[in-house]
Design a protein around this ligand. Structure first.
Ligand SMILES: Cc1cc2nc3c(=O)[nH]c(=O)nc-3n(C[C@H](O)[C@H](O)[C@H](O)COP(=O)(O)OP(=O)(O)OC[C@H]3O[C@@H](n4cnc5c(N)ncnc54)[C@H](O)[C@@H]3O)c2cc1C
Length: 487
């Protein structure tokens, strides 16, 4: 096993992948003015592993050599707590933005490992061996792996095969002796411009009529026919000033619309092909791991909201005001409830298929819902305490030129600080809650790793309502057996 350096990771992205950005084909993602920001952000993963002070968290060794903790198969609550701590550390290094180049891929591998045995048992396939071989390949070569699950989907009320265009979900178009050919497109694929491999998973449960959509596989990002249409969102911040965008000028995650234009996949890399009854279990197994990743990486963001509110309350001289203290209590409770639920989900995790330990879905989904549901309110508190200068303040040049800077120093002074210092605080908070990056985080909060409705559904599904119902039935003195099974 060989851990890669950040430089080796960056070098590995100089291949023949087909990437477009704002209508232009990108020759080299590592030197592109916007995508290179995402590349350098992702390299945090490798830099942390090289740092002696973080190595014991980033790297594990079960006797066969060092490898990245992300590829460790979770067997104990401590494994999950350490994984969560690593995700939290990397995201904090990433200025509140998740790194994701191994987090999401290893979640997909856990989902695949759990479901492959059942498919093999029923259909006599050899998916367990293939998934294990691919997982070992990623682990041994310390690879960055993106995951494309969400299809473009077209009309959301229709099944894949009922769509006007059959390509709105990725599907099988040909079975050959050496592999399969697939076509379609996935949406919002994070880190695909700067990963080495791409795992494809079905997006939803599928019936027999949709069996050609029940496909899962892995391919290198430079596979012929794979086209990555990079998101243009907020691309100016990445090229902007670090004074004005202290986070988003340095940190970026790049998503793509990922087009499979008759892509060939060798059998060795196919993990599901037509076994439609396993599409739903596979989609769900991935999500059960990935939402735990999600709640872990939200922690630095909610900490930054609490810190921002406290910092602005202080420099604005309103830290003792009653309404401000009340908002701080709400923000602290918001952040620490998320932290508590995240840890508890790991502590009460249960072993599932293939002996993998799965974070408790009830607490994971409660945590994700709590985070997503409360995010905009938390932002409102920070915006309220910070004041309107979040959107009316100066640009970097105003603070560089003495001619204007002296006015800002004088007229933006606050409690115990000069104008320039207070504006530095404001610019960080602006980047978090009143910028393109801030809006990105808001949409990420609502949609990424599943919608609010998906989380609510999982809370209801995961909660065992029988003890609570039995309790109130006893208190009420009901003697007839329950007519309906609780939840
Ligand atoms: C920044 C970002 C990064 C992401 N990264 C990845 C990634 O790396 N890989 C990946 O696979 N995905 C990724 N996603 C996708 C994410 O999981 C989806 O955004 C999410 O599942 C919602 O899907 P959607 O965006 O198509 O919205 P939609 O599904 O269109 O949802 C829009 C609304 O319609 C509702 N809705 C949808 N279908 C139905 C229905 N049948 N009945 C009733 N209501 C319905 C939803 O509840 C929601 O209210 C990412 C998303 C974002 C925003």
């Amino acid at each position: 096993m060989a851990l890669r350096t950040a430089e080796q990771y960056i070098q590995s992205l100089r291949d023949r992948r087909t990437v477009y950005f704002r209508g232009q084909q990108v020759a080299d993602v590592t030197t592109h003015p916007v995508i290179s920001v995402a590349v350098n952000h992702a390299a945090i993963d490798y830099r942390l592993a090289e740092d002696p002070s973080h190595r014991s968290l980033c790297v594990v060794n079960d006797g066969g050599g060092d490898y990245s903790r992300y590829y460790q198969i979770p067997r104990t609550p401590e494994d999950l707590l350490q994984r969560s701590a690593l995700i939290e550390l990397a995201t904090a290094e990433g200025g509140t933005l998740v790194v994701l180049i191994k987090e999401i891929g290893s979640d997909a591998l856990c989902g695949l490992l759990r479901v492959a045995a059942s498919v093999d048992e029923k259909h006599g396939t050899e998916y367990v061996r293939r998934v294990r071989t691919f997982r070992d390949y990623c682990c041994t070569n310390d690879l960055a792996v993106a995951v494309a699950q969400t299809d473009v989907k077209g009309d959301r009320s229709l099944a894949p095969s009922a769509q006007a265009d059959p390509d709105l979900h990725v599907h099988l178009v040909e079975r050959r002796s050496d592999g399969i050919v697939v076509r379609g497109a996935k949406a919002h694929t994070s880190v695909s411009t700067n990963a080495n491999e791409l795992i494809v998973l079905p997006t939803r449960a599928l019936g027999q009529a949709d069996r050609d959509y029940a496909v899962s596989f892995a391919i290198p990002l430079d596979t012929p026919g794979l086209v990555l249409l990079a998101s243009a969102y907020d691309s100016t911040a990445a090229q902007g000033s670090v004074v004005e965008h202290p986070i988003s000028a340095r940190h970026k995650m790049m998503e793509t619309t990922t087009v499979f234009d008759n892509v060939f996949v060798p059998w060795e890399r196919v993990f599901l092909c037509g076994e439609s009854e396993f599409a739903g279990p596979l989609a769900l197994a991935f999500v059960e791991h990935h939402r735990f990743t999600a709640i872990s990486y939200k922690l630095p963001l909610v900490d930054a909201l609490v810190g921002s509110a406290m910092m602005m309350a202080e420099v604005n001289g309103v830290a003792k005001a009653g309404h401000v203290r009340e908002k701080l209590v709400q923000l602290i409770s918001y952040a620490e409830t998320l932290r508590g639920l995240t840890r508890y989900a790991a502590m009460v995790a249960k072993p599932r298929e293939a002996g993998l330990l799965v974070p408790d879905p009830l607490y994971v989904n409660m945590a994700k819902y709590h985070f997503a549901h409360g995010y905009h309110e938390a932002i409102r508190h920070v915006q309220d305490i910070a004041g309107g200068s979040l959107v009316t303040g100066p640009g970097a040049e105003d603070l560089e030129k003495e001619e204007t800077a002296r006015y800002y120093e004088k007229y933006y002074a606050g409690h115990g600080v000069g104008g320039r210092e207070r504006l530095k605080a404001l610019m960080l908070v602006k980047d978090l809650v009143a910028s393109g990056f801030g809006a990105y985080q808001e949409v990420l909060a609502v949609h990424a790793e599943g919608s609010l409705e998906a989380e609510k559904m999982m809370v209801l599904r995961s909660y065992d309502g029988r003890p609570a119902t039995a309790y109130v039935r006893r208190l009420a003195g009901l003697t007839a057996p329950a007519a309906v099974e609780a939840l």
